[in-house]
Design a protein around this ligand. Sequence first.
Ligand SMILES: Cc1cc2nc3c(=O)[nH]c(=O)nc-3n(C[C@H](O)[C@H](O)[C@H](O)COP(=O)(O)OP(=O)(O)OC[C@H]3O[C@@H](n4cnc5c(N)ncnc54)[C@H](O)[C@@H]3O)c2cc1C
Length: 478
Amino acid sequence: MRQLGHISPSIEARIQGLSGTMGRVTHYDLAVIGTGSGNSIVDHRFAEKRVAILEDNTFGGTCLNVGCIPTKMFVYPADLARSARHAPALGVDLTYDGARWPQVRDRIFGRIDPIAARGRAYREGQPNVDVYDRHATFVDDHTLDTGTGAQITADQIVIGAGSRVVVAEIPGLDEVGFHTSDTVMRIDDLPRRMAIVGGGYVAAEFAHIFSALGTAVTQIQRGPVLLRHHDEDVSRKFTEIAQRQWDVRLCTTPTHVVRRNGTTVLTLSDGSEVETDVLLIATGRVSNADRLALENTGVATKNGRVRVDEFQRTTAPDVWALGDVSTEHQLKHVANHEARIVQHNLLHPDDLVASDHRFVPSAVFTSPQIASVGLTSQDAQERAIEHQAVTYDYADIAYGWAMESRPGDHFVKLVADPRGQRLLGAHIIGPQASVLLQSLVQGMSLGSSPAEMARGQYWPHPSLAEVVENALLELATE
Ligand SMILES: Cc1cc2nc3c(=O)[nH]c(=O)nc-3n(C[C@H](O)[C@H](O)[C@H](O)COP(=O)(O)OP(=O)(O)OC[C@H]3O[C@@H](n4cnc5c(N)ncnc54)[C@H](O)[C@@H]3O)c2cc1C
């Protein structure tokens, strides 16, 4: 029997049985490229459909394997480790005695890896589903080259192909060896020194993780602040706090990198050198739209991403897209939301629903946490939107006293219309920011005014949530 390569045994048998040659094309009702959020589309309601799932990497996609989930599983022990440093301010002496890195790592991947394997096995065991585990490309609007030697056709195709790491071009990089977010979580030992190139949220999270666990971190950022897309008060404050926690080099870039005496040495544009044991490049991600041979289709792209309308339809009939491959947000909850929209629209072609991107929250699990939704002050200024902004400090509420929150370090900033009747944005830096933000996301999504959010409900006293309540009450109302 001829081997078809990397293809699940059930489908290999089926193709061989059907055709006895490589030439035959199998037809499906639905084909899904990518097993991140795209994988969740295929539930019991598709039991009567023939489905192809195409995945060229680990089942489950970025979030499960190399993204949100493992990073946050590292952040939690890092938070514990860092808390020992803050405890003496409260009169409690804790010592941090170090991390058993292999145990930290293996606890995380010991849980994640089996989930990915089970996800794949589950799909391969479904009688109506075939899994192709090679890189898929389009032959035309309804035909895919599965990369396994077989072509397939499908009535409907969903592109959930995600995004990939972008590695900054630094002369010498390929010779010295480096890590990205795809690999750094699986290293063998906690390094003594780490240099992180990048100033975005991935860099901020890893700087927190490794520095809290005991690595001497140096973060190199081209611009004058870290997390520059955040509200200016938040990014300025975070930059200042980060500088207290690890070595931050601003307004500089690596000009080249070499190995010298067993050490990686980065030369920066300001003339300084950084010696490191591990080099982490965290300089962003780009949509995988350019790797799908979309030129063979009617699927258009915009700014490097697959172009979709509000129903997640691409410009080619019967081809849909969701998540990082098409959205500007690059967030798992957005990919999941869009997957639910695509799922509904596949099942109800005469009753399409639109995706809702009005109030998309994001959180950065660094130290301290940062969470944000809606317009920043800069956004409002750039768009000439009349607005007011208020901040309320954690240090000014009872729970902030309990935490000995340093004045000015942790706060809620709200951006609202001048009459105080509509919240336009909310930005929080401080402990539990990701949790605190949710009441504001809810209020904005449900159309509540700041006054309704503050006074239309109880806020448990003396919880941290009171900082949100007080910020809402600060807004000047007409
Ligand atoms: C370090 C890190 C931390 C993150 N933390 C958070 C967080 O805290 N919160 C949050 O909301 N988001 C976070 N994200 C972002 C989040 O992981 C992504 O937004 C989300 O996973 C995107 O889902 P997706 O389904 O669009 O794509 P993916 O999950 O990337 O799935 C796409 C899949 O398609 C496969 N594929 C691509 N092209 C092909 C092809 N041609 N043929 C076959 N298969 C293909 C890929 O291998 C991949 O498995 C993080 C990302 C990273 C890297």
